[in-house]
Design a protein around this ligand. Structure first.
Ligand code: ADP
Ligand code: MG
Length: 326
């Protein structure tokens, strides 16, 4: 059996940082600057046929390529400043390029980000963006800060992107065309929770963005926090508390859980905070204009468990997305 994506990284590419304040393993790396700010850096690739259909709308692609990277800055509570764009194109198609650039710049302008460089090559269509953001020293939200007793929160709604993807594959249909459109918008043009991430500095104890599925990404928080605390932590999620859009709520119960727990590509933030900071969490959400929902709790031991309303544990496996195992 092949190495998974994360084992592969751990085995060959994860070494202790010599200069960085934070290296491999979180949503962003952190580099010290002389100014009292830390530079948050992250990069993500979209590959044709893997992350998007070859005939995908170019404007949406421009948006999404930057949005998925902004989501990692959001997860660290960083303020976006600049990005690099590495583009691999099968041929020069100006209709494609104009639309792609339009989607890209619209989102970059929203955050006053500069495109400061990149690379352009010919080959199978793919796009890699590296983003840079700023965070006051020591204030970045990390995956490793969760403690037993902290509440687990999530922003927005979960599972919409998965609903759209399954509908695209013909495995699922939305209740109405309007609900399908809403789900498609989430898949094609995700809204990174940049303002929420910054508002949660000093409030959240840990954060991650939901790119691979809630259980998988919360699993990364539990793992990193266990490692940092030197003891085994777990999380208990209340299935009835999961925030669902109208489209996902209209699905059969098993699909609701599949989409909300294992669906990737939502780009919401999952974060933890001490229970006594619940009001501060609500205030941060209010500032950012994004709804947040308390969905569970961090516990000592036990892995990530999902409980139904009657307290029974849901025993189904909900693997997240892994490029080499999925
Ligand atoms: P995210 O989903 O937040 O972008 P990933 O799950 O892709 O993060 O990656 C997990 C961690 O491994 C991140 O810290 C990322 O920077 C790091 N990483 C991924 N690929 C490599 C690589 N080839 N070399 C070094 N670090 C990597
Ligand atoms: Mg991430």
């Amino acid at each position: 059996v092949s190495l998974g994506e994360f084992e592969l990284i751990d085995t060959y590419f994860r070494r202790p940082a010599r200069h960085a304040a934070l290296g491999v393993g979180d949503d962003c790396a952190l580099l010290e600057t002389p100014s009292g700010l830390q530079l948050a850096v992250s990069c993500d690739t979209l590959v044709a046929g893997r992350h998007f259909a070859p005939d995908a709308d170019a404007r949406s692609l421009g948006h999404k390529a930057l949005a998925v990277n902004l989501s990692d800055l959001a997860a660290c509570g960083a303020r976006p400043s600049a990005f690099l764009l590495a583009l691999t194109l099968p041929r020069v198609d100006e209709v494609f390029l104009a639309a792609f650039a339009q989607g890209l710049w619209a989102l970059a302008d929203l955050y006053a980000m500069d495109l400061i460089g990149g690379d352009t090559t010919s080959g199978p269509l793919s796009m890699t963006i590296t983003v840079f953001g700023e965070v006051p020293r020591g204030q970045a939200l990390l995956r490793s800060g969760a403690r037993a007793g902290d509440d687990v929160w999530v922003s927005g709604t979960l599972g919409d992107a998965r609903l759209a993807l399954e509908a695209q594959r013909g495995r699922l249909s939305a209740a109405t065309p309007a609900l399908l459109d809403a789900a498609r918008a989430r898949l094609d043009r995700p809204s990174p929770r940049v303002a929420l991430g910054q508002a949660l500095r000093g409030v959240a104890s840990a954060a991650v963005d939901v790119s691979d599925g809630l259980l998988a990404d919360l699993g990364h928080v539990v793992e990193a926090s266990s490692r940092a605390a030197g003891l085994r932590l777990g999380a208990r999620i209340d299935a009835g508390a999961l925030p669902l859009s109208e489209g996902v709520a209209a699905l059969a119960p098993t699909w609701q859980l599949d989409c909300a727990l294992a669906g990737g590509d939502d780009y919401e933030l999952c974060f933890t905070a001490p229970a006594q900071l619940a009001t501060a969490v609500e205030a941060a959400a209010g500032t950012a204009g994004v709804p947040v929902t308390r969905i569970g709790r961090i516990e000592a031991g036990g892995g990530v468990q999902v409980l139904q309303a009657d307290g029974r544990r849901i025993e189904r496996e909900f693997g997240g997305f892994d490029h080499f195992l999925s």
